[in-house]
Design a binder for this molecule. Structure first.
Ligand code: MN
Length: 247
C-alpha cells in the first residue's frame, strides 16, 4: 500500500513536469491542459484543478471519473473542458496521457482547407492524416468548448485510431501511450505546422511518405532517445525529470 502511494506520487510528479514543460515550450498558455490515466484505477484520470499549467504543483492534481465527475467531494473548480480527457480514455484503452492545446501555429489548419500533415521527421507521430473535428457539425452554435460528456464523446469518435485531432477555430487534442509520447507530439506538431506554413509560401511541399511514417512509428516511447528529450525539456523548464519507469 505504501508502495502504491509512492508510485502514485511519482506519477503525479511526472504529470506536474508535463504541465511545466508544455507551458515552457509555449504549447499551452493560460489555457490548455494535460492529464494521465490513473496508474491503479483505469477508469479514472488525473488532472490539475482549473489552473494555468505553468502554475501546477502536485497539490493541484485531482482524480476524475471518465464522465468528468470528481472522485472526491471537495474537489476545487475543475477545467471546463476536462470531458476531452475522460472521453478519450473511455474510447481508447491504449491511451494513458492526453494534451489539449490552443497553440497558435496549428490554428490556421483548423479553419483553412490546406490539410495539416507531417513534413519534418520529429513530427511523424502525428500520423499521415490528422482528422478535423468541427463542434458545429453535431452541436450547432456553441462557445466552441468541449463542456459535456456528449461533446467529449463526439470528439473521441472523431479521433478514432489517430493520435491527434484538430478542433475547428479552437486548437487540438493529442493522445499518447504515455506522457513523453503525447508531450512530444504536442511540442512538435505546432513546429511542423509553422514550418509547413512557411514552406507553402515557397510552392508545393513534399511531406513525409506513408513508409517513412511507418518506419518512424516503431520507436518505443520508453526508448533512450525519448528519455533524452524528456530530460532536456525538464531541464529547460526547471523541474526534476524523475524516473523513466514512472512515465
Ligand atoms: Mn480549449
Amino acid at each position: 500500500m505504501t508502495q502504491d502511494v509512492d508510485k502514485l506520487n511519482r506519477c503525479i510528479h511526472m504529470l506536474v513536469a508535463a504541465n511545466r514543460i508544455l507551458a515552457n515550450e509555449g504549447v499551452v498558455d493560460a489555457y490548455g491542459h494535460v492529464s494521465i490515466r490513473h496508474p491503479f484505477e483505469p477508469n479514472q484520470y488525473l488532472i490539475s484543478r482549473s489552473l494555468s499549467p505553468e502554475l501546477v504543483t502536485a497539490e493541484d492534481i485531482y482524480a476524475f471519473h471518465l464522465d468528468g465527475s470528481p472522485v472526491v467531494a471537495n474537489t476545487p473548480t475543475p477545467y471546463l473542458e476536462r470531458f476531452i480527457h475522460g472521453s478519450i480514455y473511455k474510447k481508447r484503452p491504449d491511451i494513458h496521457a492526453v494534451v489539449h492545446s490552443h497553440a497558435d501555429d496549428v490554428l490556421p489548419f483548423t479553419i483553412a482547407r490546406e490539410p495539416l500533415r507531417p513534413v519534418i521527421n520529429t513530427a511523424s507521430d502525428m500520423g499521415l492524416e490528422v482528422p478535423l473535428w468541427d463542434i458545429h457539425d453535431h452541436f450547432g452554435d456553441t462557445n466552441l468548448l468541449v463542456t459535456n460528456p456528449d461533446q467529449g464523446d463526439d470528439l473521441a469518435q472523431g479521433l478514432g485510431d489517430h493520435k491527434v485531432i484538430l478542433m475547428r477555430g479552437h486548437g487540438f487534442s493529442a493522445a499518447g501511450k504515455n506522457l513523453v509520447e503525447v508531450v512530444k507530439v504536442a511540442i512538435y506538431m505546432p513546429k511542423n505546422a509553422k514550418i509547413l506554413m512557411n514552406a507553402l509560401r515557397l510552392g508545393p511541399v513534399k511531406g513525409l511518405t506513408p513508409g517513412e511514417i511507418e518506419i518512424r512509428s516503431k520507436v518505443d516511447p520508453k526508448s533512450p532517445q525519448m528519455w533524452r528529450a524528456w530530460e532536456f525539456w525538464c531541464s529547460k523548464a526547471g523541474i526534476a525529470a524523475g524516473s523513466k519507469e514512472d512515465l
